[in-house]
Write a protein that binds this ligand. Structure first.
Ligand SMILES: [Zn+2]
Length: 372
C-alpha cells in the first residue's frame, strides 16, 4: 500500500522531533530540580515567624496515627480515649472547644514519603551522628558547641541551669561553671543516646537503626510536604542530636523529644504538632530512671499522652512559651520524663494566678523557612 505523503512527513520528521523535545524537557527539568537542590543557600532572613492563628469555634483538628510496626503500638481504643481526654484538658486549661477529626492510621514510611527532598538534604546536614566511634573528639566538640549555643539563646541564669541539670547528669560530681556543665551534658546525652543502639525492637534489631524516623529535625520538617493534619500521634521513638542548639532538658533525656509544634503549609493554623508515645508505653532500665516509674497503668498512659498533646496544642493555638518551673502550668515542660509528678502538680487556677508572660498569646516565636 502506498503511503500518503503527509504520513511520511509525520513518521520521519514530527515523531522524532516530539521525542527529542520530550527528552530535552525531561533533561531540563531534572537539571532544574537538582540545580535547585544543590544551589540553595540557607540564609537567616529565609526564616520567618509563623503568624498567630485566628481561631474558629470549635477548632477542628485533623489527626493521624503514624505507626512504626517495629515498636509497641497504641490501640484504636487508647487513641479514642487519648483524644477524649485531650479535649477535656484543652477546654479546662485553654478555654477552647476542639473537635478531633480522626483521619486514619498510616505507617511511618508513608508519612516520611512526604518530606521534600530539598528540605531533607539541608536538614540532614544539621544531624550529629554518634554511631561512628572514629571521629570521637570532633563529635564531642560539635555536641558541646550545640549545647552552649542553646544555653546562650535561652538566657537563663548560670546558676539556675547548673542547679536544674546537675542532679540528672551521668557523672555525679560538683559543677562549678557552664563550661564544666556543657562537658558533662555532652557525656550524658552521648551515653544515654547510645543506650538505644543496643536496645532491641520487636524485630530483634536495634531501636535506632539506619532509618530516618528517630530524627527530630525530619519530624520538624514534615509540614513542608503534603501533610493534611494538625496532629500526628506516633509510637516512634524520636531521639537525636543536632548541631543547631541542643536544649539542656533534651540532653538529660538522651536526646528524646516527647512532642513538638512546628510549621505546616497545609494547615489554616500554620502548624502541626506531633506527640510520641514511645517513652510512655515502653518500659526499660533507662525509662525507669528518666520517668522515676517502672511502668504506667492504662489510665496513666492515656493521661500523660493527652497532657503532652495539650501542651503542644498550647504552642499551636496560642503560641504560648514555656513558664519553666511553674509546676501548676501545663506549658511547663516535663522535667526529665517525670510524667507522674508533672501531671499530678497541674492546677489550672494556681497557674492563672501566676499571670506568667510566657502564657500570653504570641509569647513564643516559631519560625519556618519561606524558601522551602
Ligand atoms: Zn513545649
Amino acid at each position: 500500500m502506498k503511503k500518503h505523503p503527509k504520513e511520511v512527513v509525520y513518521s520521519s520528521i514530527i515523531i522524532p522531533s516530539i521525542t527529542l523535545s520530550v527528552i530535552l524537557v525531561i533533561v531540563f527539568l531534572s537539571w532544574l530540580f537538582f540545580h535547585n537542590i544543590s544551589s540553595y543557600q540557607e540564609e537567616p532572613e529565609h526564616w520567618q515567624p509563623i503568624p498567630l492563628p485566628e481561631l474558629q469555634s470549635p477548632v477542628v483538628l485533623r489527626v493521624v496515627y503514624a505507626e512504626n510496626s517495629r515498636f509497641k503500638s497504641l490501640t484504636e481504643d487508647q487513641l479514642e480515649k487519648i483524644l477524649d481526654k485531650t479535649s477535656e484538658l484543652v477546654s479546662e486549661y485553654f478555654s477552647v472547644e476542639v473537635i478531633f477529626d480522626y483521619k486514619r492510621k498510616t505507617n511511618i514510611e508513608s508519612l516520611f514519603d512526604n518530606l521534600p527532598l530539598v528540605v531533607k538534604k539541608h536538614q540532614s546536614q544539621k544531624i550529629i551522628p554518634i554511631e561512628d566511634e572514629q571521629d570521637g573528639i570532633e563529635t564531642f566538640n560539635k555536641i558541646r558547641d550545640s549545647i552552649a549555643q542553646q544555653i546562650k539563646r535561652d538566657a537563663n541564669s548560670e546558676q539556675s541551669i547548673i542547679d536544674y541539670a546537675t542532679p540528672y547528669l551521668v557523672e555525679n560530681k560538683k559543677i562549678n561553671n557552664l563550661e564544666e556543665l556543657t562537658t558533662e551534658l555532652t557525656n550524658t546525652i552521648m551515653q544515654r543516646y547510645r543506650y538505644w543502639l543496643e536496645q532491641l525492637a520487636n524485630d530483634g534489631k536495634p531501636v535506632l537503626d539506619a532509618s530516618p524516623y528517630n530524627q527530630w529535625i525530619y519530624w520538624d520538617s514534615l509540614g513542608y510536604g503534603d501533610l493534611p493534619y494538625e496532629i500526628v500521634i506516633t509510637n516512634q521513638l524520636v531521639a537525636s542530636i543536632e548541631e543547631n542548639g541542643m536544649p539542656v532538658h533534651t540532653c538529660l533525656r538522651g536526646g528524646i523529644t516527647g512532642g513538638n509544634m512546628t510549621f505546616n503549609k497545609h494547615s489554616e493554623l500554620g502548624g502541626f504538632v506531633f506527640v510520641s508515645a514511645f517513652q510512655i508505653i515502653n518500659d526499660n532500665k533507662l525509662m525507669s530512671y528518666l520517668r522515676d516509674d517502672e511502668t504506667y497503668t492504662q489510665q496513666q498512659t492515656i493521661n500523660y499522652i493527652a497532657a503532652t498533646l495539650t501542651h503542644e496544642l498550647g504552642h499551636l493555638l496560642f503560641h504560648y512559651a514555656h513558664p519553666f518551673n511553674a509546676q501548676s502550668c501545663i506549658m511547663n515542660p516535663t522535667p526529665l520524663l517525670h510524667y507522674r509528678q508533672w501531671f499530678d502538680q497541674l492546677d489550672v487556677k494556681a497557674c492563672q494566678k501566676l499571670n506568667s508572660p510566657m502564657l500570653k498569646p504570641g509569647a513564643v516565636t516559631i519560625k519556618y523557612n519561606i524558601k522551602w
